[in-house]
Design a protein around this ligand. Structure first.
Ligand code: ZN
Length: 349
């Protein structure tokens, strides 16, 4: 029996001894299996990271490509912008050329074969006869009185009658309309009556050629209808070349000459159109200051405030006679006295 136990114990011991190494071998295999699985998992993870890196690298490459594309696009836009700017500069220069051309054309008179329409206006507004431009005798004074008639006109007429002198009156229409008797008295005494506008309003008269004609036509018809005389002479208010008609003076003059009228400026002046009337002796001195002219057209005024002009008149006549002058009224034969552009009259506004 003891042997049985011994045998059993031996068998058991053999089994144990045989089983221990296989137990360890089993454990080792299990650990190896786990390590292998771990390695596989790491391998898979590494492949996934690599795939991700490759993906990112492609994305980077794509982004770089896109950036390069955008840069090319930007460059194309910049080029287009540059050429648009060049084109704009070219157009601006063309525009400037065109503007200069327009300005030049606007300064060039246009030829209209029909002529301006105002030439058809007032068909009876023409001077009575063709003029003989022959020279009047030398050493003659033509006294001219502007801006009347007024209360001074009758006094002037008396003095001229007493001195046996004929003069010329450039009348203002609205004053003449107020005293038609004086207009008639001027004509009846043998003086010349000329036109000096209806209104004497510079802004109105010199607004245009048409405005000038409309204004002058009114005084023309007044003189003609009240006195029976068709006036030939006219005097520009402010003188022919002044700061109001600058720019249309030539057109006005051309049209009035075309109608046969004779403009009349002056070469001696009383300078009596002052705010405060000048002393008579000053008026005489002013006229004589023109010097020893061959033919003197004397500007004076017979409007209401010009009482000292009337006072100066007898002395002025005497002084001129002393210098060897005779006196006459303007007639169509007298050579017109007209300013040149150097006589430009700056009229205060
Ligand atoms: Zn005047």
């Amino acid at each position: 029996m003891k042997n049985v136990w011994k045998l059993t114990a031996a068998v058991l011991a053999a089994c144990v001894l045989a089983g221990v190494p296989s137990f360890f071998a089993l454990r080792e295999r299990k650990a190896l299996g786990e390590l292998s699985a771990r390695a596989d998992s790491l391998q898979a993870e590494a492949e996934s990271v690599k795939a991700e890196r490759d993906g990112l690298a492609r994305a980077l490459s794509d982004a770089q490509d896109e950036l390069a594309g955008r840069e090319a696009e930007l460059e194309a836009i910049q080029n287009a912008l540059d050429s648009a700017e060049t084109e704009r500069d070219g157009l601006a220069s063309q525009l400037q050329d065109a503007q200069e051309k327009i300005e030049e054309l606007s300064r060039t008179p246009r030829f209209d074969p029909e002529g301006p329409e105002y030439q058809q206006l007032y068909p009876d507004f023409y001077a009575p006869q063709p003029l003989d431009a022959s020279q009047a005798p030398a050493r003659v004074i033509y006294l001219t009185f502007d801006d009347g008639p007024s209360v001074q006109t009758g006094k002037v007429l008396e003095i001229l009658a007493r001195e046996n002198i004929k003069g010329t009156f450039f009348v203002v229409g609205r004053s003449g309309a107020a005293s038609p008797d004086t207009l008639r008295a001027i004509v009846q005494a043998g003086h010349t009556v000329g036109m000096h506008s209806w209104s004497h309003e510079y802004k109105t008269i010199y607004a245009s050629v048409e405005a000038f004609l409309a204004d002058m036509y009114k005084v023309f018809t007044l003189i003609r209808d009240e006195t029976g005389v068709t006036p030939t002479f006219f005097r520009f208010p402010g003188g022919s070349t002044n700061s109001y008609d600058y720019g249309i003076y030539q057109d006005i003059l051309a049209e009035m000459l075309r109608r046969g009228f004779v403009p009349c400026d002056w070469n001696m002046s009383a300078q009596d159109a002052t705010k405060t009337p000048l002393p008579p002796e000053q008026i005489v001195a002013n006229v004589l200051s023109a010097g020893n002219v061959a033919r003197g057209v004397v500007l004076m005024h017979d409007s209401k405030p010009r009482s000292t002009t009337v006072e100066a008149l007898p002395d002025l006549i005497a002084a001129l006679r002393e210098r060897g002058y005779s006196f006459a009224a303007l007639t169509p034969e007298v050579k017109p006295t007209l300013f040149n552009y150097k006589n430009f009259e700056q009229i205060p506004r």
